[in-house]
Design a protein around this ligand. Structure first.
Ligand SMILES: *[C@@H]1O[C@H](CO)[C@@H](O)[C@H](O)[C@H]1NC(C)=O
Ligand SMILES: *[C@@H]1O[C@H](CO)[C@@H](O)[C@H](O)[C@H]1NC(C)=O
Ligand SMILES: *[C@@H]1O[C@H](CO)[C@@H](O)[C@H](O)[C@H]1NC(C)=O
Ligand SMILES: *[C@@H]1O[C@H](CO)[C@@H](O)[C@H](O)[C@H]1NC(C)=O
Ligand SMILES: *[C@@H]1O[C@H](CO)[C@@H](O)[C@H](O)[C@H]1NC(C)=O
Ligand SMILES: *[C@@H]1O[C@H](CO)[C@@H](O)[C@H](O)[C@H]1NC(C)=O
Ligand SMILES: *[C@@H]1O[C@H](CO)[C@@H](O)[C@H](O)[C@H]1NC(C)=O
Ligand SMILES: *[C@@H]1O[C@H](CO)[C@@H](O)[C@H](O)[C@H]1NC(C)=O
Ligand SMILES: *[C@@H]1O[C@H](CO)[C@@H](O)[C@H](O)[C@H]1NC(C)=O
Ligand SMILES: *[C@@H]1O[C@H](CO)[C@@H](O)[C@H](O)[C@H]1NC(C)=O
Ligand SMILES: CC(=O)N[C@H]1CO[C@H](CO)[C@@H](O)[C@@H]1O
Ligand SMILES: CC(=O)N[C@H]1CO[C@H](CO)[C@@H](O)[C@@H]1O
Ligand SMILES: [Ca+2]
Ligand SMILES: [Ca+2]
Ligand SMILES: [Ca+2]
Length: 502
């Protein structure tokens, strides 16, 4: 009965606590002071475990502190099954340990001890532990489970923790040798050094445009892979067409013609120069050269040189007297043979005049070709100029009344004199001091006896003053053979029956 009263009071207090906890605490304290004052007067029984004895309606009773109950507060309340309305526990509605097992009563609040199932914690195992708290999903969204979690991976990732990157690269993903770099549900291509660009390295980088056309002098650029080729216009060469090919070196113009290089832009726009320099420079017509030919030559390279040696009318050489001719530029040169002069060798040099009438001692000068002759020189003189007095007979070398004729054997470098003796009959030899074997005048003969029968040589020397005579005459059946003189020359004359002279 007593305990019932206590419970009623406590129930009343607990209701107040729920509504207004601070007030309830105050109430509880003042009530305790009241009770202890009353107990100090007379209160039995002896309350254990911190229970307080109070007198209610004249009856003493223990006011136990939790979790104890009973008359002397020695019974422990089983809070695994006891409702605790003040903290919302009602085993009739839900177990004390929501996701666990209640191990029993403990002395401190909340007076029960829950052993939680894996994945739960909290005093009543009411908390499903957040297994995602440690962010186990590296590349995905975490879903908390009971003592577990699942990861829902971002695109491109896989694995329990979404840590495995799905290789998005596939064969042929990057073209032209580009390096595929796996990404987050994607791939990228590293096109560097391939000469291509674009997402898949499919776009050939225009090397002709980076940074500008590399082909100089009008060359056409052809894009390659990491490269380009220049198609140079004629007259230019080199990888970039920067080499202006030398067209005037060495000078292609003959006869020292002036060479104008068509690639020399400074020459253009000059009305006094021939085509194309009178116009505007054009790269596509910059190959080659133009020759300014000296007078007398023509042609692209001044190699045409008309032969000025020929008379256009007769087509014969303009150089007279068989002289040779050298063609020049609008000119010709005659190379005269000795004795001729003048531009066309037409002048026969009068050597008599040229040498100042060289003939002396009354001789007359006669002009010859490249020479002269002195005619009418008296017997006393000789030499080219009739200037040498002949002294060969001065010493009277001819004997026996022979006639002496002086001779000039050699004029230069110093005169060499000689003589010729014309012997009287009966004499011979250079000085006419040798007897002849015989001499004839008119019709006479000479015979010699030979005593030998062996082969012998018969040598006969003779001299005659006759212009015509027969020295030997042999007659035979086929004709005559005559050896003799004819016009002062020794001749062999053959006469036969039908013709007089062979
Ligand atoms: C955890 O407790 C709740 C509420 O009592 C219950 O619905 C659920 O089934 C429990 N889970 C397990 C794994 O016991
Ligand atoms: C709850 O029970 C466990 C296991 O028996 C024990 O280790 C723990 O100390 C208890 N808790 C309290 C508050 O008594
Ligand atoms: C449950 O446990 C986690 C760590 O294991 C802790 O951070 C959390 O505060 C606990 N929750 C409760 C209600 O005890
Ligand atoms: C946690 O979940 C995974 C699947 O998500 C499962 O394979 C694994 O066995 C679970 N672990 C536990 C302890 O239940
Ligand atoms: C992957 O993509 C998602 C969005 O789709 C992004 O939130 C995440 O940070 C990316 N991860 C990496 C490693 O780029
Ligand atoms: C691309 O490739 C080049 C060489 O092939 C390398 O030097 C560079 O670091 C790479 N870039 C990236 C972003 O991988
Ligand atoms: C061609 O031009 C490129 C770029 O303009 C340059 O790097 C290179 O040295 C040039 N080559 C020659 C042979 O001039
Ligand atoms: C670029 O092309 C030229 C011919 O056009 C060639 O001679 C050269 O070797 C090429 N260079 C490279 C790096 O391929
Ligand atoms: C060309 O001219 C130079 C100097 O003007 C000269 O030395 C050379 O002999 C000339 N050559 C010819 C073939 O005329
Ligand atoms: C030859 O004889 C004749 C007379 O018979 C004579 O007159 C003449 O002088 C002679 N001639 C010579 C060269 O002796
Ligand atoms: C050697 C000789 O016959 N001498 C003669 C030369 O001629 C003269 C006369 O003309 C004679 O008297 C010589 O006897
Ligand atoms: C000139 C001379 O001596 N004549 C002689 C040649 O020989 C014959 C006969 O042997 C003589 O009779 C000649 O006198
Ligand atoms: Ca050139
Ligand atoms: Ca000429
Ligand atoms: Ca002459």
């Amino acid at each position: 009965m007593a305990s019932h009263s206590v419970l009623t009071i406590l129930m009343c207090a607990l209701i107040l606590v729920i509504i207004m906890p601070v007030t309830a605490e105050l109430f509880h304290n003042s009530n305790s002071e009241l009770l202890s004052r009353q107990r100090r007067a007379v209160c039995n029984p002896d309350c254990k475990n911190g229970g307080v004895c109070v007198t209610v309606n004249g009856k003493d009773m223990c006011l136990c502190s939790l979790p104890y109950t009973g008359q002397t507060c020695t019974v422990i309340i089983d809070y695994c099954t006891t409702a605790q309305p003040e903290i919302g526990i009602d085993p009739k509605v839900a177990p004390v340990c929501l996701n666990g097992t209640c191990l029993g009563t403990v002395l401190t609040e909340p007076y029960f001890n829950c052993s939680c199932l894996p994945g739960f914690n909290g005093t009543r195992c009411e908390n499903n532990i957040d297994d995602c708290a440690t962010n186990p999903c590296i590349n995905g969204l975490c879903k908390d489970l009971i003592n577990n979690y699942t990861c829902s991976c971002y695109q491109g990732w896989q694995g329990r923790h979404c840590s495995a990157n799905i290789n998005d690269c596939f064969a042929g993903a990057c073209l032209n040798g580009g390096q595929c770099i796996d990404g987050n549900s994607s791939y990228t291509c590293n096109c560097s050094d391939t000469g291509f660009r674009g997402a898949n390295c499919s776009e050939n980088i225009d090397d002709c445009a980076s940074p500008s056309n590399p082909c100089s002098n009008g060359g056409v650029c052809i894009d390659g892979v990491k490269n380009y080729t220049c198609q140079c216009l004629a007259g230019y060469s080199g990888r970039n067409c920067t080499v202006d090919e030398p067209d005037c070196s060495p000078n292609p113009c003959h006869y020292n013609g002036t060479c104008l290089e068509r690639s020399n832009q400074a020459l253009y726009g000059n009305a006094s120069l021939p085509y194309p320099f009178d116009g505007v420079f054009n790269y596509s017509a910059a190959a080659g050269f133009v020759c300014l030919c000296p007078n007398g030559s023509s042609g692209n390279d001044c190699s045409i040189n008309p032969n000025d040696c020929l008379d256009p009318a007769t087509n014969r050489s303009l150089c007279a007297h068989a002289s040779s001719c050298t063609d020049g530029l609008a000119s010709f040169t005659c190379h005269c043979l000795p004795g001729y002069e003048g531009p066309t060798c037409s002048i026969d040099i009068n050597e008599c005049e040229r040498f100042g009438q060289p003939c002396q001692n009354g001789a007359v000068c006669k002009d010859l070709v490249a020479d002269y002759a002195c005619t009418g020189c008296t017997a006393e003189f000789g030499g080219k100029n009739c200037s040498v007095r002949l002294t060969g007979c001065d010493s009277s070398p001819c004997e026996n009344n022979a006639t002496c004729e002086p001779l000039l054997l050699r004029e230069l470098p110093s005169p060499d004199h000689g003589y010729r003796c014309t012997c009287k009959p009966g004499w011979s030899g250079p000085q006419c001091n040798e007897n002849t074997l015989a001499s004839f005048n008119g019709t006479s003969s000479f015979s010699a006896n030979f005593t030998t029968t062996a082969d012998c040589t018969f040598e006969l020397s003779f001299r005659t003053s006759l212009a015509h005579f027969d020295l030997v005459r042999l007659s035979s059946h086929w004709g005559d053979i005559r050896v003799g003189a004819h016009d002062s020359s020794l001749v062999l004359l053959l006469f036969n029956a039908s013709s007089s002279l062979i």
